[in-house]
Design a binder for this molecule. Structure first.
Ligand code: HPA
Length: 253
């Protein structure tokens, strides 16, 4: 099964296929949000809204472990995540889709692992599934590669922070990409993000940031985003041949 974790602006995907079921799953970390199951291009697709209905959970309060665990429990082996991000580069404009190949994690307060009672050091040399990234990149007009900087939020960044992220090589900044990507790898699932640029980052933007501009761009890009995901799902190979499958091999003491 293929999983979609919808971020800001993506709370349902009713237009994408025929809904066949909805579920809330119990996990050791709490209940999952509502999960809708669809049939699309002959494949089963499970959709959840990361922030839950009405965007009730801000980025630092999302139960990332329950969300990813529920996907695994359902039988999902590949996750496409959508994230709204600010751009750290003038050439990458609001409305662009970036498919990150790496990340820098500046989150502080989140449960970042499933393995609290065993020692597991997961390898993230290739932090986003290269096979899944390739499929997405060949499915529409996107920017192939970029470094996703994840902040704790929920506030936006200071000019000094943005300057630092640029110096570190960051491409986009968001609040929800981590620990989701790592949790998926810990459960040997493929994971890639479609990061939609909703604004220039603070101090690159000519004006102060508002959440209204973020929602405005996400609304305007929603149709293209759903089309991109639809094409990517139709292009996905039946079998996975990437390294995500054996992520726990050699990771555990
Ligand atoms: N910073 C952090 N998260 C974001 C931004 C931003 O500029 N835009 C959308 N999510």
């Amino acid at each position: 099964m293929i999983g979609i974790i919808g971020g800001t602006g993506v709370y349902e995907i009713v237009t994408m296929g025929d809904e066949i079921d909805t579920k809330v799953l119990k996990t050791p970390y709490g209940n999952s949000p509502k999960i809708s199951i669809f049939k699309l291009h002959g494949k089963k697709v499970a959709f959840m809204s990361r922030h839950s209905k009405g965007h009730s959970k801000p980025p630092h309060m999302v139960n990332y472990r329950a969300n990813v665990y529920a996907m695994k429990k359902l039988g999902v082996d590949r996750i496409i995540a959508t994230n709204a991000v600010g751009s750290l580069e003038r050439e990458i404009e609001p409305g662009d889709f970036v498919i990150p190949h790496d990340f820098i994690d500046f989150t502080k307060l989140r449960n970042g692992t499933f393995y609290d009672d065993r020692t597991v050091h997961i390898d993230v040399t290739d932090p986003y599934c290269s096979e899944l990234r390739k499929t997405i990149c060949s499915s529409g007009k996107v920017i192939d590669g970029g470094i996703y900087v994840c902040t704790e939020g929920p506030r936006f960044e200071t000019p000094a922070e943005i300057q630092m992220f640029r110096m570190l090589g960051g491409t986009v900044v968001g609040m929800t990409g981590l620990p989701e990507a790592v949790l998926a790898r810990e459960l040997e699932m493929c994971y890639a993000s479609i990061s939609t640029v909703s604004n220039y980052a603070a101090s690159i933007s000519p004006s102060n940031l508002t959440i209204d501009e973020v929602f405005d761009i996400m609304d305007r890009k929603k149709h293209d985003l759903l089309t991109l995901m639809d094409t990517a799902i139709s292009n996905m190979a039946e079998e996975r041949t990437c390294h995500c499958i054996g992520a726990l091999k050699g990771a555990e003491i």
